[in-house]
Design a protein around this ligand. Structure first.
Ligand SMILES: Cc1ncc(COP(=O)(O)O)c(C=O)c1O
Length: 402
């Protein structure tokens, strides 16, 4: 059966991880992997998560199945976190949610629903977008196209080119949008641009599929949810894939949800029954632990407060690193403008250096980022910012530098 299978080319990020682990140099800096890191370089279990886990351990009396849509209480709590408690789509009974194995599960579930409703639907994703979007979405059989997004010259968004491309799309085209902290570029739309985009989406009758994997890590929990809140209030149909991996630090627990907004409660019920059917064909039931932790935190006032502080802490550290790294780069590489890093949001920035320069940083200075020069800002530490900036200066100047 399997003897003719060709080996899959390994994911470059996994190779980078292995190379980093094997590098014995104490100065090594990992800017490759997309997880949050603290000042010690760790990805800790949040204190609020630890407490919620202890409470769960003490009170949980069964591991019996919950159901293919997951925990109704988790789904409600996450809807309120994403949309805000008094959101008009929630009061109108237009929202349905299914708990999923992480944001990836939600993206795939949404893609399968689109394919069920409209087998030849086309999904447009930003150029560039998170590397896993293409396999997750096209894996369900949807055709993928791209719209212009990142502007390397300014480090921001090519909004005019983006809207001009979207303006040409036929009705019922799906547009994948990053709610905040765009991965891999860190370049987000402003609120004024989201409003303009909303008008376009309405006019062209497009279906927004919003990916929200970093709520709270950009400008704050509410500010980062500006787009999903606006679109879900103003449009008849929206899909929103949510991940709790980053803001709750629950990566390996596979925690997330797909929120679906429909035109009416009856349409929402029908679509949600399809979501449940599809979930049964893929993972049957979502994993419980991470969702139970999130629900415990969001429903308990003191745990929630502690978690809010922890999310604030992560966000402030990232913003602080952004400003500090710009300052260091300005000192050591004055001929080049890196101010865009301070204007971007979330963990990632496209550094804008060549693949050869990325390799030189890695080989000569033990600084690891992916070949496209995406760097995880949270992988920096205050103590190695200067080392990093000096390494960049040497590579840009084409020196050997050791
Ligand atoms: C843009 C984006 N969407 C979705 C996800 C999905 O995350 P997970 O499946 O780990 O919850 C990620 C994770 O890195 C991401 O960066």
């Amino acid at each position: 059966m399997f003897e003719r299978l060709e080996p899959v080319v390994p994911d470059p990020i996994l190779g980078l991880m292995a190379q980093f682990r094997a590098d014995p140099d104490p100065r090594k800096v990992d800017l490759g992997i997309g997880v949050y890191r603290d000042e010690r370089g760790d990805t800790p279990v949040l204190a609020s998560v630890r407490k919620a886990e202890a409470a769960l351990l003490a009170r949980q009396t069964t591991k019996a199945y919950i159901g293919p849509a997951g925990s109704a209480a988790f789904n409600r709590a996450l809807e309120q976190l994403v949309l805000g408690a008094a959101h008009p789509a929630l009061s109108a009974g237009r929202v349905r949610s299914v708990q999923t194995p992480g944001g990836c599960g939600a993206l795939r579930l949404g893609a399968e629903l689109i394919r069920t409703a409209c087998p030849d639907a086309v999904v447009h994703v930003s150029t560039p977008t998170w590397a896993n979007h293409a396999p997750l979405l096209s894996g369900s059989g949807l055709r993928l196209e791209r719209y212009p997004y990142f502007d390397p010259a300014s480090g921001g968004v090519q909004f005019a080119a983006m809207t001009a491309a979207l303006e040409r799309l036929p009705a019922r085209t799906v547009v994948l949008l990053h709610a905040s902290c765009h991965n891999p570029t860190g370049a987000d739309l402003s609120q004024a641009q989201w409003l303009e985009l909303l008008a376009l989406v309405k006019r062209r009758q497009l279906l927004p599929f919003i990916d929200m994997a970093y709520q709270g890590l950009g400008e704050g929990l509410d500010a980062d949810a500006f787009a999903p809140r606006l679109f879900c209030a103003e449009l008849p149909e929206v899909l929103c894939a949510v991940s709790c991996s980053k803001n709750f630090g629950l990566y390996r627990e596979r925690t997330g949800a797909l929120h679906l907004v429909s035109e009416s409660a009856a349409a929402a019920d029908a679509a949600s029954s399809q979501l449940v059917r599809i979930a049964r064909t893929m993972w049957s039931m979502p994993p419980d632990h991470g969702a139970a932790v999130v629900q415990t935190i969001l429903e308990d006032e003191s745990l929630r407060r502690q978690w809010l502080d922890e999310v604030d802490g992560m966000r402030r550290r990232i913003q602080d690193l952004r400003h500090e790294v710009v300052r260091q780069l300005k000192t050591h590489c004055p001929e080049r403008d890196f101010a865009f890093i301070g204007r971007q949001r979330g963990m990632f920035s496209f550094f804008g250096i060549s693949a050869a320069q990325v390799r030189a940083l890695r080989e000569r200075h033990h600084v690891y980022m992916t070949d496209d020069s995406r760097m995880n800002i949270a992988g920096l530490r205050h103590e190695n910012l200067e080392y990093f900036a000096r390494a960049v200066a040497q590579v840009l100047a084409g020196q050997q530098g050791r």
